[in-house]
Write a protein that binds this ligand. Structure first.
Ligand SMILES: Nc1ncnc2c1ncn2[C@@H]1O[C@H](COP(=O)(O)OP(=O)(O)O)[C@@H](O)[C@H]1O
Ligand SMILES: [Mg+2]
Length: 290
């Protein structure tokens, strides 16, 4: 049995001082907070990989001083897996409760359900269903009646790819119980700002990165998605002393062929590893320190 042990405690997450969102989303989140004071509420945040879905959930909790817990729904294979498991202790079988039952009984808790669109087994969502529906409670033999506490906000995040559109993969009965927030990558100017504030690169380097990223994103032959996460990885690599080429080669995950053509279009000399020209050095402490 795969365990889904608690990873976080129920604490208020730290605010990201450089988190940006558009005013529309901000206003919706504000209303969600208002509604949550009347009854628990469900919000679905959809958008491509690395566009800031997890971050916005965390920021919502941080800004409103709410405790938060995150659960990976994508790896669940058994419905009850979120709640707890049976363990053997001193020859006795015991039921060990996980963080999820505790979180949903904690007033004002922000509960982040990650990758709700792809649990290993669709039945894994059945037990969640009664918690997310108007009942807001579920009965378990092991734990009794679990009622969702006042003020709880469920955020489900869903990775949107080219393979599927929006929430089509979600059970319709589940889908219409969520408010929906659609996210996309930040516009250039804002992404540049985030890059400058979160990595230690210069204005010039930031411009170079943004230019390169625009070229990559606009490259119609090989559709490569460059998320904000990847942009930041490139920035950090450059801040650590890498060249733009090195940063791109290590951060953008794609085939060797695509990478070659990218470097060519960026005019960062071709061949990301030309064996005949590369010097080989012993990788040991004494060589590094000499
Ligand atoms: N709007 C934003 N403002 C500042 N940083 C952002 C923003 N969106 C994403 N990031 C940064 O990009 C990275 C990936 O974001 P994350 O929330 O994990 O994406 P997702 O959950 O959509 O895959 C994080 O390091 C986050 O801090
Ligand atoms: Mg995420």
């Amino acid at each position: 049995m795969k365990s889904n042990r608690k990873k976080h405690n129920l604490s208020v997450p730290k605010e990201d001082p450089f988190f940006y969102t558009d005013s529309e989303t901000l206003s919706i989140l504000d209303k969600i907070n208002t509604i949550s004071k009347r009854h628990p509420i469900n919000v679905l945040v959809a958008g491509r990989q690395g566009c800031g879905k997890s971050s916005i959930v965390r920021q919502f909790a941080a800004v409103h001083n709410k405790p938060m817990a995150t659960f990976q729904v994508g790896i669940l294979s058994e419905p009850a897996q979120l709640f707890g498991e049976y363990t053997l202790e001193n020859g006795e079988t015991q039921y060990k409760q996980f963080l999820f039952p505790q979180a949903l009984q904690t007033p004002n808790c922000v509960i982040h359900l990650e990758e709700i669109n792809r649990p290993e087994n669709p039945k894994a969502l059945n037990m969640l269903f009664s918690i997310l529906s108007d009942d807001r409670e579920v009965w378990m033999d092991e734990l009794g009646l679990l009622k969702v506490a006042d003020g709880v906000v469920f955020f489900a995040t869903l990775n949107e790819g080219d393979q599927f559109i929006g929430t089509e993969l979600l059970d319709p009965a589940l889908r219409d119980r969520f408010y929906m927030i659609l996210m996309d990558y930040l516009p250039n100017e804002v992404e540049r700002e985030v890059l400058l504030q979160k990595t230690e690169i210069s204005q010039e380097q930031a411009d170079e990165v943004i230019n390169a990223i625009n070229l990559l994103r606009g490259n119609s032959e090989n559709s490569i998605e460059i998320s904000t996460r990847i942009t930041l990885m490139i920035g950090e690599m450059i801040a650590a002393g890498a060249t733009l080429k090195e940063a791109i080669v290590t951060s953008v995950q794609t085939s060797k062929e695509t990478l070659e053509s990218i470097l060519l279009s960026l005019q960062l000399d071709r061949g990301y590893r030309q064996k005949n020209k590369t010097e080989y050095i012993r990788y040991t402490k004494d060589v590094l320190n000499s």
